[in-house]
Design a protein around this ligand. Structure first.
Ligand code: URA
Length: 274
């Protein structure tokens, strides 16, 4: 089936090169050729059969899917798990061709993205500079000012001190408290361990936001495809993570955009439940 011509930035974004913003910059910088000619106009039309290259490397459109799932309890967020009754990819038609971006514990509910776009998944799952993730947490006990300060400053865990979290205490009743907690890291069982370390066992955990995505309008157990704008927002979030990582490597507080064209999901080590 033939396809409609599309503008160069759209082509590059759909080829997985980066967000529309970074692809726009790439074109303007003169790194992109169409049929061997440098093109610096981001909205130049690209027709079927045209050859597009970035820094001399040909790029092609990919058949990628992005699905947002609001995971119920009792479902493992892996592709296969002999111990789990259900795995997340089975909640989505043809889901076995996708993989989950990061993990949620079996008992945790909430948002998780399924995709076959390994480049984006790798960026989003960076263990220390992942996208922000917001959890609604119900804990047993009284949340003191000191506990709130610890969460905001960093909690000592066996794998190191956590990065500062954004925390809002929404409700404290006799035995339990309800909080919203946003973290950027992706360590295994991180939120549960942070509260356990403060003597506050987690009774319920739900991921309400994943980067730019929220669970509004998506009930637990439901799923939906992401819009083009949402995928682009996710790509931007992934690029922000890349920049933060580059800043640390370079020791440069205001780094230029880093582009990463390599790798698949297996390269990411930050796929713990966080
Ligand atoms: N933190 C946890 O402890 N568990 C999750 O499922 C997600 C974040």
């Amino acid at each position: 089936m033939s396809r409609e011509p599309m503008n160069l930035v759209t082509f590059l974004a759909r080829a997985g090169v980066g967000s529309r913003r970074s692809c726009d910059e790439l074109v303007r910088s003169g790194a992109v050729t169409v049929n061997g000619e440098t093109v610096t106009f981001p909205r130049q039309k690209v027709a079927e059969g045209d050859t597009v290259a970035v820094n001399g490397d040909p790029v092609a459109l990919r058949d990628v899917r992005y699905v947002l799932v609001n995971k119920p309890r009792g479902v493992a967020s892996t592709r296969s798990d002999p111990h789990a009754e259900r795995v997340i990819v089975d909640l989505v038609p043809d889901g076995r061709t996708l993989f989950p971006v990061g993990r949620l514990d079996v008992d945790t509910t909430g948002l998780i993205v399924l995709t076959n776009d390994g480049v984006l998944a790798n960026r989003l799952m960076h263990p220390r500079y992942g996208v922000p993730k917001t959890y609604r947490v119900r804990v047993h006990g009284k949340v003191t000012r000191r506990a709130l300060a610890s969460l905001r400053e960093g909690v000592v865990l066996e794998d190191g001190v956590t990065a500062p979290a954004d925390v809002e205490l929404r409700k404290q009743s006799a035995k339990t408290a309800l909080l919203d907690v946003t973290i950027h890291e992706g360590r295994k069982r991180q939120v549960r361990r942070m509260f356990e370390a403060l003597g506050l066992p987690v009774e319920e955990l739900h991921r309400r936001r994943y980067g730019p995505l929220s669970d509004k309008g998506l009930a637990v157990g439901e799923h939906r495809g992401l819009s083009t704008d949402e995928v682009d927002a996710l790509r931007r979030a992934g690029e922000d993570a890349d920049r933060a990582m580059a800043a640390e490597v370079e020791g440069d507080p205001l780094p230029l955009a880093a582009t990463d064209a390599a790798g698949g999901p297996s390269g990411a080590s930050g796929d713990g439940a966080a």
